[in-house]
Design a protein around this ligand. Sequence first.
Ligand SMILES: Nc1ncnc2c1ncn2[C@@H]1O[C@H](COP(=O)(O)OP(=O)(O)OP(=O)(O)O)[C@@H](O)[C@H]1O
Ligand SMILES: [Mg+2]
Length: 151
Amino acid sequence: MAAADFPAEFSSDSPEETIALGERLAGFLRPGSIVALRGGLGAGKTCLTKGIARGLGVEETLTSPTYTIVSEYRGRVPLYHIDAYRLEGDEDFENLGGPELIHGEGISVIEWSERLPHSLPRNLMSVEITITGDQRRLFKISGMEQAGGNV
Ligand SMILES: Nc1ncnc2c1ncn2[C@@H]1O[C@H](COP(=O)(O)OP(=O)(O)OP(=O)(O)O)[C@@H](O)[C@H]1O
Ligand SMILES: [Mg+2]
């Protein structure tokens, strides 16, 4: 499927469906791609990232450790899973070496990307998640055609 034909909105009725969506999204990512995830606590950001990891051929289980900001996984391309929840803002991210990381040849998926308004480029895939029911989540996807990365 061409990026332009991918649905801009996607409704999921289970964690498994969200993982399957992540796997499909992974097919559009290239070295240097950045995926910005927004959505409150328990929206499904980590769940979607699990699917992306699976789609990138990561065999290890992706987790959401409380105090780790950046986790690296080895798939066909390195995957950087960044959780900005505990960052004060862009300066914290810079001190961690975040900008160098996301502009490298790995694929970066960033939870709570709204905490880093000045650190992220414009050309990224962006996913906004809304909780619409107990098991239901609405995913609004934009920038699919820009997921091709910068390398
Ligand atoms: N359709 C769905 N898709 C994804 N998760 C769902 C769905 N329905 C229910 N859930 C539940 O919602 C929770 C999502 O958790 P997850 O850790 O992915 O959220 P998160 O957005 O990463 O939260 P946090 O901001 O705390 O990191 C899980 O407990 C999961 O079982
Ligand atoms: Mg999470």
